[in-house]
Design a binder for this molecule. Structure first.
Ligand SMILES: C[S@@+](CC[C@H](N)C(=O)[O-])C[C@H]1O[C@@H](n2cnc3c(N)ncnc32)[C@H](O)[C@@H]1O
Length: 258
């Protein structure tokens, strides 16, 4: 999608975004704990969530970690960031900027360096990931960590065939992202986490109709309705059960943390 379309997509989705992604009471705490664990977060760390959206995961990480410095929630969509609340939830600081703005120094962060930053399901919106990840890696303090959380190259969601095929066309390969982190001078590694999702069938069809994934915005209303009809006949079961498998691509800058 063009940058403008991506922005429009999230401006429209912002108010209902959290409702779509709260798959169940355990999902957000589970994923947030995996992020904190992979990044080995400490309360004294200066942390940023780049492409934070509504702060769904940053809020929970801050609740679990109680960081001493506000956790920076960076996102180009003001509507998504406005969901952080007015004033924003304690411990979170919204910053309207893209990953590119931070990487290229167009937007300066309030911390001279970062001890940890993550991008969760936002790297696919970055036009030149090699360049942008290098710029973000340059913001890390010695011993700093950068985590990219992303869907794998193919997914087993109960979507219609054309959506699954388009996902494979558009989704960057986590192994390529791992290569970008290594090229940026970080010690890079790739692992996967998996969580079983259980979603009421009609709720999921509603999420598809609301285009809960940005890739669904590339389909017309008519194509979405045909897709839902295809899903309806492929999935007569009342509750859809499928794995949510996410790649964790971790990079660590050499040297001791302060
Ligand atoms: C699928 S949402 C993920 C939000 C959040 N990380 C989460 O997991 O709930 C993608 C987010 O990336 C943001 N985004 C789009 N283009 C971006 C860019 N160039 N740099 C950083 N974030 C971007 C969108 O505004 C949106 O909030």
């Amino acid at each position: 999608m063009e940058q403008r379309d991506v922005r429009g997509h999230y401006e429209e989705l912002a108010a209902e975004y959290d409702e779509h992604w709260v798959y169940g009471p355990h999902y957000i705490p589970w994923m947030s704990a995996r992020i904190a664990e992979a990044l080995r977060l400490a309360p004294t760390d200066r942390i940023a969530d780049v492409g934070s959206g509504t702060g769904l995961f940053a809020r929970e990480v801050a609740r679990q970690l109680q960081p001493r410095h506000p956790l920076l929630c960076v996102d180009p969509s003001e509507s998504m960031l406005s969901q952080l609340g007015t004033p924003p939830t304690a411990g979170l600081k919204p910053i309207v900027a893209s990953a590119e703005d931070i990487a290229e120094g167009r937007t300066r962060l309030p911390y001279e360096q970062l001890d940890a930053l993550w991008l969760k399901e936002s790297v696919h919106h970055v036009a030149d990931p090699a360049r942008t990840l290098r710029g973000l890696a340059d913001q890390l303090a010695p011993g700093g960590r950068l985590l990219v959380v992303m869907l794998p190259a193919s997914i087993q969601y109960p979507l219609f065939e054309a959506a699954l095929a388009r996902f494979e066309e558009l989704q960057p390969d986590p192994a390529v992202i791992e290569g970008h982190l290594a090229a940026a001078g970080l010690e890079a590694s790739l692992s996967y986490v998996e969580h079983e999702l259980r979603i009421d069938r009609d709720k999921y069809f509603g999420m598809v109709r609301a285009r809960y994934m940005s890739l669904l915005s590339t389909f017309s209303d008519d194509e979405i309705e045909k897709g839902i009809a295809e899903m309806r006949s492929a999935h007569p079961e009342p509750v859809l059960v499928f794995p949510d498998r996410l790649a964790f691509v971790l990079g660590r800058r050499g040297g001791e943390s302060l």
